[in-house]
Design a protein around this ligand. Sequence first.
Ligand code: DAH
Length: 343
Amino acid sequence: MEDLDLVLSDGKSELNSCSDSSTLDTFFAKYLSKKGKVSSLMGYMKEISKENKAAFGMKVNAIKNELNAAYEEKKAYFEKLALNKKLQEETIDISLPGREVTPGRTNPYYLIIDEVTDIFLDMGYEVKEGRDVETDEYNFELLNVPVDHPARDMQDTFYFDSSLLLRTQTSAAQAHTMKEKAIKTPIKIICPGKAYRRDDDDMTHSHQFAQIEGLVVDKNISIANLKATLELFAKKMFGEKRQIRLRSSYFPFTEPSVEVDVSCFSCNGKGCALCKNTGWIEILGAGMVNPKVLEMCGYDPEVWSGFAFGVGVERVAMLRYGIDDIRRFYQNDVRFLSPFKGK
Ligand code: DAH
């Protein structure tokens, strides 16, 4: 019985000196496991006299229960400590400033498309959706550029096959609009969209770019209407003081054809780096719709006449925002885009 008391007191003091869960495990193995000190006390049973057996057994059980309860208590205590430590380590520091969310920006190329579109909507034009994949017929033939025509060299083309291509010009929308009309009525449309050419990319060329096409067809349309329209556009786009001048040019689908310059909005026409000291900046191509085109698209040129124009979007954006390289529009560089805010 005295030995039993000794096991209990030794066990208690060893448990007391356990300082962490691993020393606690050692204690468990030594005292409370199947081969531990408490279980092995039962081995003495055969040496105990019959009348004392019951008392001995009860005492061993009591020791086992007492040590076990103390062990469980200590185990729970260490587990709680470990949990608290973990929670403390995982605390979220709410004083840390949040990451800034940067809103997306509008590519300046779309700002120009929106601005030009708004100007022409105000003048009563409709916006026509074109298509990027075109047929040779609509991109060239109906615009008076038959197969083998030398004007094809002006626009090196991405062909899918002999009749399907990526449109080289939004002018393709002209032929669609005219042809689509079962009953021929006046037309006043613009078509903003992408065009593609097999150009090597450099500061002023891109294999993909945007244009805004315009087409007006009605009775008694003259070049005076073209000039007045483009003058109004230039003033709204580049400022009230702007003037335009028309220079003779060549496009197969217009006759006569002109290149349109606007008086320099940087120096008011005096001459500066932007206008290369000429006082004028070229902004678009235009002309009177070639009677052949009207005819091919079902409009009788004896009755109808019209004008058309094509604005290079990137060129206008580069002039407006002082952008020096056309490739910047397509590089998705946030540093380039960051100053531009949409509406
Ligand atoms: N399609 C021409 C080009 O890409 C631009 C152009 C010029 C369009 C004159 C027109 C126009 O509608 O009348 O070079």
